[in-house]
Design a protein around this ligand. Structure first.
Ligand code: AMP
Length: 214
């Protein structure tokens, strides 16, 4: 099964994708994580992507589709959860093309939504473990020890693009470009919308209900 989790930055789609992929033993494909990994390894993709990421802009579709094709064509798991991808119509069309060539298709598109004020509140309090990538929130899911990961003892960092100015830019980008995606998927009969204000566990339960066979 191929599932797309879409929504604004800070809606919790990354956390949902992580939990879901473990529960279902699916692959978790987060374009943001792949770009950050490339940057940490100082690859040409990472260096190019960073020019856009540090300003909260979208990395060009050709680069984003290249890492997607590499991932999808080498995936061996029975399902994939796409997290933060596609973000433009070009990416959505590119993904359909990649899957069609593999005789495959998207089964379900879930938009997780949240108000701008709540997003800014959540993202400025977000911290990520530099070693294992576990995500914390200083307000509602703080680590036991200040700035130390509960799981691996790694240092917790604030992402460079989780400052209020960059978040506002990312929200404008989402509004302008990603919202067109809803029109792309609206008539497919595969699209669902969930308001993230109901909380992480209820969002997870809702997603599981959507994707389980009737
Ligand atoms: P995220 O971790 O999903 O919030 O993404 C962080 C940043 O990576 C975004 O602000 C973009 O600069 C870049 N990025 C992630 N996914 C995509 C995508 N599908 N298309 C273009 N840029 C992306």
């Amino acid at each position: 099964m191929k599932i797309i989790l879409a929504g604004p930055p800070g809606s919790g789609k990354g956390t949902q994708a992580e939990i879901l992929s473990q529960k279902l033993d699916y692959a978790h494909f987060s374009t943001g994580n792949v770009f950050r990994d490339h940057l940490a390894r100082k690859t040409s993709i990472g260096i190019k992507a960073n020019d856009y990421m540090k300003e909260g802009k979208l990395v060009p579709d050709d680069v984003t589709l290249q890492i997607t094709k590499d991932f999808v064509t080498t995936n061996t798991r029975k399902g994939i959860i796409f997290d933060g991808f596609p973000r433009t119509i070009g990416q959505a069309q590119g993904l359909d093309k990649i899957l069609t060539e593999l005789n495959d298709k998207i089964d379900c598109v879930i938009f997780i939504e949240l108000s701008d004020d709540e997003i800014i509140r959540r993202l400025t309090a977000r911290r990520t473990c530099e070693r294992c990538g576990t995500i914390y929130n200083l307000d509602f899911n703080p680590p036991k020890q200040n700035n130390i990961c509960d799981k691996c003892g790694g240092k917790l960092l604030q992402r460079a693009d989780d400052t209020e100015a960059v978040i506002r830019n990312r929200l404008v980008v989402y509004e302008n470009q990603t919202k067109e995606l809803k029109n792309y998927y609206k008539n497919s009969g595969k699209m669902h919308v969930i308001d993230a204000i109901i909380g992480r566990d209820k969002v997870q339960a809702h997603i599981l209900k959507i994707i389980s066979p009737q």
